[in-house]
Design a protein around this ligand. Sequence first.
Ligand code: 13P
Length: 250
Amino acid sequence: MLIIANWKLNGNWSFNEEYASALSNGLRGVDLTSRQIIICPPSIYLQQMNGLLVDQEIYLGGQDLSDETAGAFTGEISGVMLKEFGCRYVLVGHSERRLKYQESNELIVKKALNAIAAGLKPVVCIGETQEQRQSLQAEKVLSEQMTALIDGLGQQIEQIVLAYEPIWAIGTGQTASALQAQEVHALLRGMLEKVSPLVAQNMQIIYGGSVKAENAEELLRMSDIDGLLVGGASLVVAEFLSICTANRAT
Ligand code: 13P
């Protein structure tokens, strides 16, 4: 099970110090064998966080990476650089990047392949807008996003983590109900059957969108939800700690 904190454009030197210390203390003695905790701070703080999170099995992830590997690409950060600064994971195709920075399915595939080539696990985000859901287009949109991934990544799709983040639930306080999320996760898993039953079965599909301490447990109880991608609530360390330790009923 994966619990990922996406800090987005938040954090600063002293906040990070306090956060890392509170998180390490809070997780001391907690059995983390069945779950991985991953923090995705802004990339400029990766080195600081890498130094702070030394005594606990807490991993780091980037929030984005370049679709290029090196060269004249001002402002970009490559997968190899993220890896060098301690990352194991990287978010790819977050809806904020798809919408605000016009990232296409094609670009997202390129980024995911770059991440894999650099030895990182891409957490590829998909999800529908409120409008698409209301006009009953959600399944069509998700299917297009999945087809782009399946066709573009080929067999390498088995290297990714899939994150379902309904855009209408991000930062709105309006969470998909556990049943709604489960329904979509099962649908996505079904789409992966096209690749192979094994890939479908093994794919980690995590949910993101207004996850909080109060709904984490219910979401994690769903059979097709393999983890959580947490935005706002991950910035409050006490809240994130209770999400990290939420029990998953078997
Ligand atoms: P919130 O948890 O703030 O809704 O954000 C979700 C998200 O975008 C995580 O990547």
